[in-house]
Design a protein around this ligand. Sequence first.
Ligand SMILES: [Zn+2]
Length: 249
Amino acid sequence: MFIASIVFIYGLIIGSFLNVVIYRLPREESIVFPPSHCPNCQTNLKAFDLIPIFSFLFNKGKCRYCSENISYQYPLVEILTGIIFFALYWKYKLSIELLIYVVLACLLIVSSLIDLKYMIIPDYLNYFGIVLGFIFALFFEYQTLYSALLGLLIPAAILLLIVIISKGGMGVGDVKLIAMIGAFIGVKYAVATIFLGAFIGSVIGVGLMITGIKGRKDRIPFGPFIAMAALLMILWGEDIINWYIGLFL
Ligand SMILES: [Zn+2]
């Protein structure tokens, strides 16, 4: 439990960094410079303002310098990252898989949040992820280069076909996203990710329409559902596939 707590705290801190990436990437600002500042009053934040969760609670969700409200996105992404890191540790313990899936999780969190806010997933994020997936396959034995290559191509081909047939809802950005996921987790899990993502997306989509949060014509980004499905596959892949096969037996 001690190590798990440390992994969780790492998640909170990395989550805080991911917030910076989510804010700056779409604006094409550098991630390392200038240092963190309030987007409203531009005051540089001090170490005390950058403690995950705690700073937000202590300052009651406002900037300490200009009292501007700070988005709930900040603590939520921190907690989400912490929980995902914790869950990955619980499944993979201290292993090379933990490191690899933690990197993938970070990429998925960033692309999901950017997709939710801007309805777009930056290409270079996916390309960067694909290259990383191949580097991991090259240096570590968790999968072969061949498996990474199949994972890159086949699920993307399937999703591209769905995009062409369905004409809308999903875009080419989602195809590149599943290509990146496939390069990390291989064909089987990435193909399952597409169907699980579509399932989660339709359940949540119907829910949003029934509650009136989204109308029939509102576009709902698909990327976050793919990301969610990929994480579920990494955590419970065999169980999910067995359950799905069981439905037809
Ligand atoms: Zn401020």
